[in-house]
Design a binder for this molecule. Structure first.
Ligand SMILES: *Cc1c(COP(=O)(O)O)cnc(C)c1O
Length: 404
């Protein structure tokens, strides 16, 4: 008789978004005349930029001719894209990363979830709290997290690093030594960042204790302040302790097209074993690669036209972020984030927990956001609004909130 991987049974249901969906549906059924504004979206809404559409069309046409047809993509991605990434995202920022250290993929979520496969199940992970749920959930599936305590909503074998108002939503070095450290800056959901000097401390720590940092740079394009690093490889010594995950989703609108990459420097070794070689082996064995057409679209992201068009999109979302930040501040809320990230993190009013505030906002303003407690125990008492809506809806939502 076969057995299932019963680690999957340990996963608590995805309570957050299903509960939000049910609550919004119930409210709509009761108040069909009320127009609901969603500021909880974690997905981009602007269409693909013209430069990207043009590249897609051209690549599609190439696929229709024997001379320019492309079959299986190279395991680690096409050279033209890996070179463009290495030059623009790393070398132009003074980070020593070469094209052959980049693995092109179908997105950062898959890579964030799968990268743990090359590490022993004995390894202990450390995560920011609150954070993007993929890191913990995929380690649960792998059997690395111990037992779940529904009361505290924590796993016995996970090191949680609280990110709170007291520490400026930047984690402190953990007391217990982890093996794998997941960091995500600019952060989802808090919108917080850390400075290059702060990130350097993490790199030094990881090298000292023999840990690997898995650095999620999905929101890098939203950074507006000069002392915030765009890649962990701006820090000295990161080549021997860090893996970086990158995505074309939030900077270029590829959430439906799918494209990302993972960087594993050749200097990253566990004893004699190269992590780069392990991940290359995995890619070659059970990964089909991103389509040629999509990789050509990714290349267009780095063209001068692509860069100009995408800067405009990021500016559009960040103008929404500014509208939300200023609107909330003038309504008396305590807010953070929204300067280097499309996320605004607000403190719920005295006496209201995350879910009570969700209900309050839905019932009184018809605005939907995301309760902070859904991203980890330290998110309780906070609420996430996102800048991915339309400008008109964002303005309308803030007008409603200001009238409360
Ligand atoms: C949206 C997001 C990603 C991007 O995932 P893709 O699979 O590339 O779309 C990665 N990390 C975080 C924290 C995100 O919020």
């Amino acid at each position: 008789m076969y057995k299932i991987n019963d680690n999957y049974l340990k996963l608590p249901g995805s309570y957050l978004f299903s509960t939000i969906g049910k609550k919004v549906a119930a409210y709509s059924a009761e108040h069909p005349e009320k127009e609901i504004i969603r500021l909880g979206i974690g997905d981009v809404t602007q269409p693909l930029a013209p430069a990207i559409i043009e590249a897609l069309h051209k690549a599609v046409d190439e696929m229709g001719h024997a001379e320019t047809f492309h079959g299986y993509a190279p395991d680690l991605g096409y050279e033209f894209l890996r070179k463009a990434i290495a030059e623009h995202d790393f070398q132009a920022r003074g980070a020593d990363i070469q094209a052959d250290e980049i693995f092109v993929s179908d997105g950062a979520k898959c890579d964030a979830g799968n990268i743990q496969e090359i590490f022993s199940t004995d390894n202990k992970i450390a995560v920011c709290d609150p954070v993007y749920p993929v890191y913990v959930d995929t380690n649960v599936m792998a059997g690395r997290t111990g037992t779940y305590d529904p009361k505290t909503e924590t796993w016995s074998d996970v090191i949680y690093m609280p990110c709170t108002a007291e520490n400026g939503f930047a984690p402190e070095l953990p007391k217990e030594t982890p093996d794998l450290i997941y960091l995500c800056f600019p952060n989802n959901p808090t919108g917080s960042t850390i400075t290059k000097a702060q990130l350097q401390e993490w790199v030094d720590y990881a090298n000292q204790v023999g840990a690997v940092i898995i650095y999620d740079a999905a929101y890098e394009a939203y950074i507006s302040e000069p002392d915030v690093p765009h890649t962990i490889y701006e820090c000295e010594g990161a080549r021997t302790c860090a893996i970086e995950l990158r995505s074309f989703s939030k900077n270029a609108g590829f959430t439906g097209v799918r494209l990302g990459c993972t960087v594993i420097p050749k200097d990253l070794k566990c004893g004699e074993v190269s992590l780069h070689a392990l991940w290359a082996r995995r890619h070659g064995t059970k990964y089909n690669g991103a389509p040629y057409i999509v990789q050509r679209a990714g290349e267009a992201v780095y063209s001068p036209e692509g860069q100009a068009q995408l800067k405009a999109q990021v500016a559009y979302y960040m103008n929404n972020a500014k509208t939300i930040l200023e609107g909330l501040k003038s309504a008396g809320y305590t807010v953070s984030g929204g300067v280097n990230a499309p996320y605004i993190w607000l403190k719920t009013p005295e006496g209201m927990d995350s879910w009570a505030f969700f209900d309050y906002l839905l019932e009184n303003a018809g605005v939907v956001g995301t309760p902070g407690s859904g991203f980890g125990p330290s998110g309780e008492g906070y609420f996430r609004l996102t800048a991915f809506g339309s400008y008109e809806n964002t303005v309308a939502a803030l007008e409603r909130i200001q009238k409360l």
